[in-house]
Design a protein around this ligand. Structure first.
Ligand code: CA
Length: 389
């Protein structure tokens, strides 16, 4: 079997309102799907992390830079393909867009591999430790409102996420340390004392500010503090972990086994959050999770993008070994964005219906066991939302 063609599809729709995190506000939702075609008619799907114009650059890397390196290769030779691409592009990007582009390609190759062998990706990795997984719902994005209206909005939204069935929730911060603690207080009030919430700073603090906010979050009994510092500040993370009791989570902006090795051997994190659609695809993800578990660091996958990305992560969570094992091991959870996205609700021919399942099954969703990633995007839907750039 041979790879005959690789196509990137960039989808976009208006959000109808501006949402934000600590770095920017945005008003459009986008997704970048990668399709690999073969001479035997089997097609694989993958997804690349990277919104907006980043997706346009990544499409160019997928189609114009990586495709010529691997055309005519056997799609089952995933490791050969991965290392050929990485080695030839090493001088131009050991992190960032090159790896995001390679991720979508690698995932599509796994989908093809599953379709050829009749196995789901969880089976290909080594089997399913579980058939269902609990879901935490994130929301509480920043908006251009004054702090009073934003705190009441956050309290309300957090309460809604709780009553929708999710097992925990996550909020954004990034307005400055005092306002951020007000937002966190509002969320705690909205959900009451018996529900877990996590706080995501998207790397907007220096060490001193992160310490201040972290101590405030400890008083509110927040479950983890995500990306408090810039990802480059490895020593800062290490120091923060020593000084705070709250768990420090991060790693969504890290790439490959080599990037992760640095984070892990320096003990930067209590919770590792690898992003499979960015760090190098499934081939690299399985190496990163092995590395994380070798340091006994629990993994909570970072999940972003369309329902294709959600489906991929469900497969990875089925295959995630218990750490360290026991009668009642801590189970992995699925990250799910509760804010509006047509690419999560309407993209697939056989929808995952995460929201519906969460509501019906006390916060749990079942994990599909069909060949490859186990879902197919609707081509008419893709056509309708594909941008021309
Ligand atoms: Ca995050």
């Amino acid at each position: 079997m041979k790879i005959t063609n690789i196509v990137s599809h960039i989808l976009k729709h208006d959000l109808g309102e501006e949402l934000g995190y600590s770095q920017q506000y945005y008003s459009k939702r986008s997704a970048h799907l990668v399709e690999i075609q073969t001479d035997e008619g089997i097609v694989g799907w993958g997804e690349c992390f990277g919104p907006g114009n980043v997706a346009i650059a990544n499409k160019c890397i997928v189609e114009k830079v990586i495709q010529p390196l691997i055309i005519d290769y056997d799609p089952l030779d995933r490791e050969v393909i991965w290392h050929r691409v990485y080695n030839l592009l090493r001088d131009h990007g050991q992190k960032g867009m090159v790896l995001q582009a390679l991720s979508g390609i690698d995932i599509a190759l796994w989908d093809i591999g599953g379709k050829i062998t009749g196995q789901s990706i969880s089976k290909m990795i080594g089997g399913r430790h579980r058939e269902k997984v609990a879901v935490y719902g994130y929301g509480m994005m920043l908006r251009k409102e004054n702090i009073d209206s934003l705190t009441s909005r956050f309290a309300e939204e957090a309460a809604t996420i709780k009553t929708s069935g999710y097992v925990a929730t996550k909020m954004k911060i990034g307005l400055g340390i005092e306002k951020d603690l007000k937002l966190a207080e509002a969320v705690r009030k909205g959900i009451g004392d018996d529900f877990k919430f996590m706080v995501d700073a998207n790397h907007c603090y220096t060490l001193g500010d992160a310490l201040y906010v972290g101590r405030g979050l400890e008083e509110l009994n927040a479950f983890w503090f995500e990306e408090p510092l810039a990802p480059e500040d490895c020593i800062g993370y290490k120091e923060l972990r020593k000084k705070l009791d709250i768990k420090i989570a991060g790693g969504e902006t890290e790439f490959t086994r080599w990037g992760w090795r640095n984070l892990l051997e320096n003990r930067c994190l209590d919770i590792a959050q690898p992003e499979v659609c960015a760090l190098g695809g499934i081939s690299e993800y399985v190496k990163v999770i092995t590395l994380a578990h070798s340091y006994f660091v629990p993994v909570v996958n970072h999940v972003w993008g369309s329902d294709i990305a959600v489906a991929i992560n469900l497969q990875l969570l089925a295959a995630m070994p218990p750490l360290p094992g026991g009668l009642y091991p801590a189970e992995p959870i699925l990250e799910f964005d509760t804010t509006y996205s047509r690419f999560r609700d309407d993209l697939l021919t056989n929808p995952l219906d995460i929201k519906g399942q969460v509501k019906k099954n006390d916060g749990y969703v079942s994990i599909p066991d069909f060949p490859g990633i186990g879902v197919e995007p609707d081509r008419d839907f893709i056509k309708k939302y594909t941008i021309s750039e």
